[in-house]
Design a protein around this ligand. Structure first.
Ligand code: SAM
Length: 259
């Protein structure tokens, strides 16, 4: 990455009308593709039953089709919340999804309003991950669950052809202040938390980890001795590329059974 150009692009994206204009050209992952949305929905279904549930999706980007699938499978209500307006209110209303925008800090809902919280490749973009994870815990009903699929790679190179697998964790080369200066206002910003950071954050918020799955970059694993910027991480953190977690908000014990 050419650092001065990255900083310049970041400054330009800090101008709201330009950021809004640029959002129209962003690819947000699933990009409303029905087949991929169905696959993500099936991933969520592996963890939790859907029927009768109030569901919140964090960071849907262009894709309300995952929640549309949930409504088709009997979800009671579906809500989506994002920091950037990738779909219009009218589009969301046609899909019967309550679509909200917010500033990335306090989520705009009362406590204990949802049974399930879902997120697909959005947590790595959170500017305030500690705040958002705590907010998710607040919004869940006791006994509710959250599924988060987190892409731990540097998104700067994802659209490059041919692919650059050894650049997967390039973001970890830079000190925090410089990374912020290069990326904070941009859709390619990633918070760079590693697998162990996420697990600690979830536990600190009160979540119980029910299941996890992760995948490793074998290219990075092979090249690891030659990548000194990864040597301060545990082996697991240095090579894990994607993390999926199923977390629960514990329900208080039923005291009536003690009598
Ligand atoms: C890579 S896109 C993923 C979109 C979609 N989930 C998918 O898989 O296609 C990341 C999304 O997270 C959103 N996002 C970033 N920070 C967020 C936050 N604090 N709260 C909610 N959404 C956020 C972005 O605006 C964007 O829509």
């Amino acid at each position: 990455m050419f650092v001065p150009l990255e900083i310049l692009q970041n400054l330009v994206m800090g101008i709201p009308p330009i950021a809004r204009l640029a959002a129209g050209y962003h690819c947000t992952g699933l990009n409303a593709d029905r087949v991929m949305a169905r696959q993500v929905f099936e991933l969520y279904c592996r963890f939790q039953p859907i029927a009768g549930k109030d569901i919140l999706e964090i960071g849907p980007g262009h894709t309300l089709e995952v929640l549309e699938e949930a409504l088709g499978s009997g979800a009671k209500s579906c809500t989506a919340v994002d920091v950037a307006e990738y779909v219009t209110g009218d589009h969301a209303a046609r899909k019967h999804v309550d679509y909200r925008l917010y500033d990335g800090k306090r989520l705009p809902f009362p406590s204990a309003q949802f049974d399930c919280i879902w997120s697909h490749t959005a947590f790595e973009h959170l500017r305030y991950p500690t705040v958002t994870v705590a907010e998710c815990f607040r919004l869940l009903r006791p006994g509710g669950g959250m599924v988060a699929h987190v892409d731990l790679g540097d998104h700067s190179f994802y659209r490059r052809q041919p692919p650059l697998p050894l650049k997967l964790f390039d973001c970890l080369r830079y000190p925090e202040w410089l990374w912020t200066l290069m990326k904070w206002n941009r859709s390619t910003y990633v918070n760079r938390l590693r697998k162990s950071d996420w697990k600690r954050l979830f536990a600190e918020a009160g979540f119980v980890l029910i299941a996890e799955a992760s995948s490793v970059s074998h290219e990075i694993e092979r090249a690891l001795p030659a990548l000194p910027y990864l040597h301060n991480y545990s082996h697991d953190d240095a090579v894990t590329a994607v993390l999926t977690v199923w977390l629960a908000k514990p329900a208080p014990p039923d005291v009536s059974t003690l009598r």
